[in-house]
Design a protein around this ligand. Structure first.
Ligand SMILES: Cc1ncc(COP(=O)(O)O)c(C=O)c1O
Length: 376
């Protein structure tokens, strides 16, 4: 199938100076960190050009950016309002601030493993107790297990969600989030929902923000345009509360917003407001790549994958390859293919994460390298 935006060839990408392309030698194909092989959305490129032309590199006026985030959320069915938001420099700083706002030192913070490795480190660095609660075998939130944990240590702590989930690509349904919110409310546990992958929900699933769930009374969400529009180098994000959880924002300091970048906010607004057609093209390409990866892996029975509902991340079960607990190490050494090791995600022994936000040619070459080691 023809691609609209995931068309960049490897040589063009190798001109980049970002970590995806610089961490390894030229002979290594990088399919690891969450950067996409795309050129910017037209609205993003135009805003960058305007900023450069006008020398518009000063300090920010946050209101416009927060309005853009609110519009995006309202279009996604969540009742967002800039009055219930805080500007922060990036998503993980927002998560850190939300942990500080909703929990006290020593409190449990529940993470649903396997999950984005900085979730583990941010909880530990905050002096909170990291409690890993595995996803179900199909990669979904295990609400009964979380509920048992909450009941065993009521009145404190918070659960930290990746919604959609990195690395499995699952998207919690409104029903799952409502039952999680009910039990969290019953047991006095907060909810933090990292929603940075929300723009990347693929056909077949739909996104629900925690801020749209009435029972989520002590809850905060965090969003930026960094993943959807591939803008990780442009730092700005928002922490937001729902209509019934505005009090949760009280502990998020307003002055964190001083560390966000004016250029980032302008460009992210151009993405959120005027980059929707480009995003639709990207989502169509990711959907096509999801199918292509499934087809390619069908010829490699030792690599198992349950295709996700969102993101461009594939959580590969390589336990059948005989490559041990860290297959990514063998694939890098012998196959010159860089994936993310499953180990730092928790519950990731024998797994690796593959980034399929690439052209079909790069994806085919990646799976060829995978097969050359894993199929041997
Ligand atoms: C779930 C999740 N949260 C946060 C981030 C990073 O966001 P930021 O760079 O804005 O802190 C990523 C990056 O891949 C991610 O996957």
């Amino acid at each position: 199938m023809e691609r609209h935006v995931l068309t960049l060839d490897e040589t063009t990408c190798r001109r980049r100076t970002s970590v995806k392309w610089r961490a390894h030698g030229e002979d290594v194909l990088p399919m690891w960190v969450a950067e996409m092989d795309v050129l910017p959305a037209p609205s993003v490129a135009e805003e960058m050009e305007r900023i450069t032309r006008d020398g518009d590199f000063g300090y920010p006026v946050p209101a416009d950016y927060l309005e853009s985030v609110a519009r995006w959320y309202r279009d996604a069915g969540a009742p967002a309002d800039p009055g219930r938001m805080r500007l922060v420099p990036d998503v993980m700083t927002g998560v850190q601030a939300a942990i500080a706002a909703l929990t006290d030192p020593g409190d449990p913070v529940y993470v649903t493993v396997p999950v984005y490795p900085p979730f583990h480190s941010v909880v530990r660095a905050a002096g909170r107790q990291l409690v890993a609660v595995p996803l179900t075998p199909t990669g979904r939130l295990d609400v009964p297990a979380l509920s048992r944990h909450f009941a065993g240590d009521p009145g404190r702590g918070a659960v930290l969600l990746s919604n959609p989930h990195n690395p499995t690509g699952t998207v919690p349904t409104a029903t799952e989030l409502a039952s999680l919110a009910e039990t969290a409310r019953t047991h006095g546990v907060g909810i933090i929902s990292d929603e940075v992958h929300a723009p990347l929900v693929l056909p077949g699933a739909s996104f629900t923000s925690i801020t749209a769930i009435p029972a989520a009374e002590r809850a905060l969400a965090v969003l930026s345009a960094a993943k959807g529009w591939n803008l990780a180098g442009l730092k700005a994000a928002a922490v937001l509360a729902g209509p019934g959880s505005a009090g949760s924002l009280t502990g998020v300091p307003e002055d964190l917003g001083h560390h966000a970048s004016h250029v980032a906010m302008r460009v992210q607004s151009a993405a959120l407001d005027d980059g929707r057609d480009w995003l639709a093209d990207l989502v169509a390409d990711l959907d096509a790549n999801r199918s292509l990866l499934q087809e390619l892996l069908a010829d490699l029975p030792s690599a198992l994958w349950s295709p996700g509902e969102a993101t461009y991340l594939a959580w590969l079960d390589l336990r059948g390859t005989g490559l041990g607990e860290d297959p990514a190490a063998a694939l890098l050494g012998r196959g010159r293919l860089a994936l993310n090791s499953g180990l730092p995600f928790g519950a990731g022994e024998g797994f690796a994460r593959l980034n399929f936000a690439a052209s079909p040619e790069v994806l085919q070459e990646g799976v060829r390298r995978l097969a050359s080691v894993a199929g041997a």
